[in-house]
Design a protein around this ligand. Structure first.
Ligand SMILES: *Cc1c(COP(=O)(O)O)cnc(C)c1O
Length: 389
């Protein structure tokens, strides 16, 4: 390969702070409202609720904390089981363990790389049976209580059949929408589809508050419980009475101020991500061996991370392509290692062929909201040159 003179590294996905972020943060500093209370926290929550269309939202310190509290609020107990995507960032799986429950991994489907609802159906119908105290996993003897579909890479899970299964088997559905704020399923925003949903506003997400998370739900009791648990389960603000063990999971006003400014730009971010995806899709048609991530008919994806599968007939395997692009100043990343391949969750004979295949082949390309046409052309030209066309 020819080594190019590297001008500047094109990042995978960098935040963009071009709205009211400075003004709102300055307002926090000028007014001394810098900590875990303040008008920006309320505004941020209201904006997310309004966007997603849920009755309640509770800001949290990050998306992992949101998932932890959502599982607590849903009443998931130690030694119960929760179904969760195998191909995901590890946060929702760790959150399941934080409440003492155990994950049951569900493989991805090959078309859109999301939780395979047919596998959920197989598990529930073949490997579970009804006992006096509820649905039981026949092999482990544990009660099966909930499902956490992860809307991966900006694309929704096929939720309708999942909701139908959840109804039949009395499971709580907690969407992990951390990667997919702004995406829609059959016209409905992700985060409004299950009983509860969680978002993340980490720096690499479609919008960021530096760090942050949100729980959304239409259930008033759950919302109240989530608010309570994220604030040390404080029952009396004067006497500091606590009747339960809570957490300090609140978001600060400074972070929320950034979040509000970013929420103002969410529509624009989604639009630009989709534009970047469209340009990649067109260009990749002429490059043999690179298969673009797909969008289902029933989906509106944000293409949070624009990802390709590097097939056998491309000259380099995905990891070698990653290295070659890195040497040209282009940052890319594989998708998450399937969780069952990570040490805390390894189990003998566990095998999730679709997730493993996607993991072997997939590479996310630079797709910052601020990616310029020139930079995107640099990426596309590199992919073409390496392919030898
Ligand atoms: C980012 C992310 C989270 C939450 O991450 P935090 O860094 O804790 O905000 C949860 N689940 C998924 C799938 C994610 O990608």
């Amino acid at each position: 390969m020819t080594s190019k003179h590297v001008t500047e590294v094109i990042p995978l996905s960098a935040p963009e702070m071009k709205g009211n972020e400075w003004a709102y943060v300055k307002e926090c500093l000028d007014t001394n409202w810098v900590s875990s209370a303040g008008s920006f926290v309320d505004r941020f929550e209201d904006m997310v609720s309004a966007y997603v269309g849920t009755g309640y939202s509770i800001a949290t310190v990050n998306g992992t904390a949101a998932l932890h509290v959502a599982l607590k609020v849903a009443g998931i107990e130690p030694d119960e089981e929760v179904l969760v995507s195998d191909l995901t960032f590890i946060a929702p799986v760790n959150a399941i363990r934080y409440v003492g429950a155990y994950p049951v991994f569900i493989d991805a489907e090959p078309e859109f790389w999301q939780m395979d609802v047919n596998r959920v159906s197989d598990f529930l119908s073949k490997e579970c049976s009804w006992k006096r105290d509820g649905l039981q996993n026949k092999k482990s003897g544990r009660r099966v209580r909930a499902v956490v579909p992860v809307h991966l890479l900006g694309h929704p899970v096929d939720v309708d059949p999942l909701l139908e299964l959840a109804r039949m088997y009395e499971l709580v559905v907690i969407e992990d929408a951390s990667e997919s704020l702004g995406a829609k399923y059959k016209g409905k925003p992700v985060g409004s589809l299950g009983h509860m949903a969680c978002f993340s506003f980490n720096g690499n997400k479609i919008i960021t508050s530096g760090g942050g998370g949100m729980i959304v739900t239409n259930d008033a009791k759950w919302a109240q419980m989530a608010r309570y648990l994220t604030n040390q389960a404080r029952d009396d603000a004067v006497e500091y009475v606590h009747n339960e063990i809570g957490f300090n999971y609140r978001l600060t006003n400074v972070q929320a101020a950034i979040g509000v400014a970013q929420m103002e730009r969410l529509g624009d971010h989604v639009c630009r991500k989709r534009g970047i995806a469209q340009s990649y899709r067109e260009a990749l048609k002429s490059i043999p061996g690179l298969r673009s991530i797909r969008e289902a008919d029933w989906a509106l994806s944000t293409f949070w991370l624009y990802t390709v599968a590097v097939e056998e007939h491309y000259p380099l395997k995905s990891r070698d392509l990653l290295d070659e692009l890195a040497s040209r100043g282009i940052e890319t990343r594989p998708v998450f290692r399937p969780i069952h391949l990570n040490k805390p969750y390894e189990a003998p004979r566990s095998h999730f062929p679709v997730a493993e295949q996607i993991y072997a082949k997939a590479l996310s390309l630079p797709c910052s909201v601020s990616l310029t046409t020139e930079d995107q052309s640099r990426v596309i030209d590199a992919l073409k040159e390496i392919s030898g066309i």
